[in-house]
Design a protein around this ligand. Structure first.
Ligand SMILES: Nc1ncnc2c1ncn2[C@@H]1O[C@H](COP(=O)(O)OP(=O)(O)OP(=O)(O)O)[C@@H](O)[C@H]1O
Length: 603
């Protein structure tokens, strides 16, 4: 395995690359053709039919921005869509504002509603997954009750028949058609932009493991809030246009379960983690429903469509778009799809004399750090200093509090009492992503990789969100590739984590932490479960990383590695710091032998 970072190998063009250009030209031509339809004398019936497809594309795509990317399934999309409908119904139908002006207003009201809900809900860890789905569903019913029982609707519905509708598409139907088309295209553009941005990378990480994403530097609260607001703004705008389309809005129709059920189904069918997935699903389902659910056999048609959907979802659990892309050789996940420039070889581990161990200034200071989990006192007032450039080993019996201390330093759990400082500045109490931004990176005892991101994407995310005060000009992609080469994983870059063995998963953890360019690297039992050869490789790697100036605290049970690596050893027992000093001296301490090493070690 190559320990020295080598120049990155140029990426081979994916088979999808040559077809990108003609595809874009075809898409532009299709958009131009669709935009010209109202002016070409196409009958209103067909324009309305296409409008319905655009409407569902916009709704499905907007749902995917939070729920598809971040995995926060919302069953409350009708609430934000409904907020948009009733904003337009009120402003235009009752107060006489121009219809077009109400569309941005509807988007703003829906976004504000989502931001208000998100500001509360996203702070509560227990409101994830099914709880979030249920909560958003209940928001729909609360909003419906409020609108129904106030002057906003009053129970009778609101007519928009007196509203002057725009007719720039040669007719009112043409104008609504064009508005629907613009919204669908806008939603797709926004969704694609989000997916290819830092926000999208962060949302995909949140989907796989939100706690780890936060510890790796992703500001999860802010990102979820932004995604929720963007998603709801588009749903609100769709509601506004729909108000003009139906001309008479009622609470029963607006806040029905149909909206969330359809958008979920459409997104799952098309592929919720790809920007184009919900649009493909929306188009197919809308066409299928209109083709088979009319006439005398509506029930039979509905059952047939449902059956077909079940079969497709079973055969293509990732959705149609990612499955098809994978088959034609592109990337299925759709995350950060652009093939990034690798950049020049970086001097990741500068050679030269290592900082003299345990003699540099204090980097990390733990003061009276205590942590209780209910009645369990995992840490009981630990005082510990770590000096710049040193390697400190944390050892102790099982359950003595080693991982808990790592969790406290990285912000994974809040302290019960005490404080932690980095370079003299208090970091305890900061959110984990802010601690990561200040230069603390960690690995997990049992690797916690983002399972739907490739190995390269896993490492690249940590490079992008890691330490924020390092302006060395290296791109996250270049850093990720170099650390993958350093850890011997360059040829695994495009694999998904489930395809890796334990050794490889541990080394991806390593590469992720290193790509964040940490000042302080926290390693939690990285050697556990490795073969002797793999242990030797890891030990050599850790020494090389320290030679580059990174301070390291590592938890380990393997005494051979502790002696080979550590400048000092801290021994914990039942949450108390029992001993601290050079490895060989500390190992000979009778108390350490009694509580941890055992008599055989002394012999
Ligand atoms: N999230 C948690 N909830 C409840 N108790 C916890 C939690 N994390 C740790 N503990 C408890 O805190 C104590 C210290 O655990 P910790 O994992 O820090 O020990 P450790 O020294 O790392 O052990 P090991 O060497 O087995 O990994 C144990 O009693 C453990 O059961």
């Amino acid at each position: 395995m190559a320990l020295t970072p080598t120049a990155p190998t140029p990426t081979a063009p994916t088979p999808a690359a040559p077809i990108r250009h003609p595809l874009r030209a075809a898409a532009l031509a299709a958009v131009a053709m669709l935009a010209a339809l109202p002016y070409a004398g196409v009958a209103d019936f067909y324009l309305s039919y296409l409008y319905v497809i655009f409407f569902w594309i916009a709704l499905g795509t907007s749902w995917g921005i939070l729920s598809g990317y971040a995995g926060y399934w919302s069953f409350g999309h009708a609430a934000f869509f409904g907020a948009g409908i009733y904003t337009t119904a009120t402003l235009s139908g009752k107060l006489g504002l121009p219809f077009l002006l109400t569309i941005p207003a509807a988007a703003a009201v829906a976004a504000l509603l989502a931001a208000g809900i998100g500001a509360v809900v996203f702070r509560v860890k227990s409101l994830r997954a099914e709880f979030f789905a249920l909560l958003t569903l209940s928001v729909t019913y609360v909003l419906a009750a409020v609108i129904s029982n106030t002057a906003i609707d009053g129970g009778a519905g609101v007519y928009l028949s007196n509203v002057a509708m725009p007719d720039f598409g040669a007719s009112v139907s043409g104008a609504l058609y064009l508005l629907g088309l613009a919204l669908a295209l806008g939603a797709l553009a926004v969704s694609r932009l989000v997916l290819r941005s830092r926000l999208g990378a962060g949302l995909l990480a949140i989907h796989d493991d939100e706690d780890v994403a936060e510890v790796k530097g992703v500001p999860t609260f802010r990102y979820k809030l932004a995604a929720f607001a963007i998603s709801s703004a588009i749903a609100g705008a769709a509601g506004a246009i729909q108000a003009g389309y139906v001309g008479y809005v009622t609470v029963g129709e607006t806040f029905s379960i149909t909206v969330p059920l359809y958008v979920v189904l459409m997104s799952i069918l098309g592929g919720a983690r790809h920007w184009a997935g919900p649009a493909v699903g929306a188009t197919l389902i809308t066409i299928a429903l209109s083709a088979f659910v009319g006439g005398a056999h509506a029930e039979l048609g509905r059952a047939g469509v449902a059956l077909a959907l079940i079969v497709v979802i079973l055969l293509l659990p990732q959705g149609i778009v990612p499955s098809v892309l994978r088959r034609v050789g592109g990337k299925g996940a759709g995350a950060a799809g652009a093939a990034p420039a690798a950049g020049k070889a970086l001097n990741l581990v500068p050679s030269g004399p290592a900082t003299l161990a345990a003699q540099g200034p204090v980097l990390l200071e733990c003061r009276e750090v205590a942590k209780s989990f209910g009645g369990i006192r995992a840490l009981r007032g630990v005082n510990l200093q770590v000096r710049e450039g040193e390697i400190l080993a944390l050892v102790g019996p099982n359950g003595s509090g080693k991982s808990t201390l790592i969790n406290m330093i990285s912000g994974h759990f809040p302290l019960s009492s005490g404080s932690i400082e980095l370079h003299g500045a208090t970091i305890s109490g900061l959110p984990p992503h802010a601690i990561a931004g200040r230069g603390i990176a960690r690995t997990y005892q049992i690797p916690r990789l983002f399972e739907h991101l490739t190995v390269l994407e896993n490492v690249r995310l940590c490079a992008a969100f890691g330490r924020q005060d390092q302006a060395d000009g290296a791109t996250p992609d270049a850093l990720a590739r170099q650390w993958l080469a350093f850890t011997g994983l360059a040829d695994k870059a495009d694999l998904l984590p489930p395809a890796l063995n334990l050794h490889e998963r541990k080394f991806v953890e390593f590469a992720r932490a290193l790509a964040a360019r940490p000042r302080l690297l926290l390693l939690d039992e990285v050697l556990c479960g490795l073969t002797p050869t793999e242990v030797d490789q890891a030990v050599a790697m850790i020494l090389k990383i320290r030679a580059g100036g990174t301070t390291i605290v590592f938890v380990e049970h393997l005494m051979r590695a502790v002696v080979a690596l550590a400048d000092r050893v801290a021994v914990l027992d039942q949450g108390v710091l029992l001993a601290l000093g050079p490895p060989r001296e500390t190992m000979r301490d009778p108390t350490v032998i009694r509580v941890y090493l055992g008599a055989s070690h002394a012999a």
